[in-house]
Design a protein around this ligand. Sequence first.
Ligand code: NIG
Ligand code: FE
Length: 409
Amino acid sequence: MSTLLIKNIAEIATMQGPIPRTGKSMRDAGYIHDAAIYIENGKIAFIGPNSDAPLNADKIIDAEYCCVTPGLVDPHTHPVFAKTRESEFVMRLEGKPYMQIAEEGGGIMSSVRSLRDVDKKTLKEITRRHLDGFLQYGTTTIEAKSGYGLTLDDEIKSLEIIRELNDEHPLDLIATFLGAHSLPTELKENRQEFLRIIVEEMLPKVVENNLAEYCDIFCENGVFDVAESRYVLEAAKKLGLKIRIHSDEFEPIGGTELAGKLGAASADHLMVVTDEGIKAMKDGRVTPIVLPATTFFLGHPHYAPARKLIDAGLPLALASDFNPGSSMTHSLQMTMTIACVNMKLLPEEALSACTVNAAYSLDRHDRIGSLSEGMDVDLVIWDTENFRQVVYHFGVNHARVVVKGGEVV
Ligand code: NIG
Ligand code: FE
């Protein structure tokens, strides 16, 4: 039996309390002060006042009066890609919109071409470096999507990399099949055939090989419409996958309403979500996931209405949307700052959104997202004396020690 004691913690945001957090409870970080955490075999055996903690352990970490939170949970990322796309970043700075770049053959399709060109081993090593990035910034679990392959073999290759890295890397990855991320150029004139391949060839293979827990689709004007999204997501559900959806990013075409009807785990983006969409999420118990780093990075003036979603009683979650096109950041610290400044979230609301509620959207809230006795020990010791400073002192990495599954990583 191995033991670890983390002592002299100025403040722990335990996130103990209601799961998921809704309404006013999102402001409750379950703070305890002058505290310690004692870990036995990777599980929390004690969390409470410093003065009541066991005195000895196999390993002792003195937190030197810094603060601790649960490891951050990022419920929407696209980490499997071969090349960066800074030229498109520059095109956008010069005035070309994201969707226009995509229509002209850039965007997602440019990542698809480069992913198809690299061998699996190289792609895996590139992806591994991104996982290191998440961990260094205090994220201990991510949802990871495929979606830059768009052929059976390339989607399977991406999902296999996610599965292998989940085994090899300290970060936990929860796999989502996003074969319907874009219509591939070679099937531009034959949408029906691509949808058939997704439903009849890719989905069964993904399920048969147990390569994903969720299925997602990019439901947007110019990508996949609501009827197509329904077709793919219903097929996924029938095969036993849970579902997520990219909806209401640029135009409100009804993807969020569909998420409600199908009982999706989450609807993500929501920059232009309507009142009907909000009602549908309530009725269907869908977690809204907003991606303010994407809005920021695309230079859009209009953020998702996070306050309205909270006021509607929904368990708001935040994600980085890490991807080479619209959000090139691993940092949930930065994402929380952007959410606070532009969506007027309080720091504790942002933390609830990146811990308990993110874990809830991934059906992992029993094990991660909060710190209490018996839970997994995924936590971060930050280099600040309180959590608010992590969000307030922006643009730097405050993560000092990251503990994943009870081990310092
Ligand atoms: O969530 N919106 C669709 N998919 C990604 C962007 C993918 C890309 O540009 O490569 C997103 O923002
Ligand atoms: Fe995305």
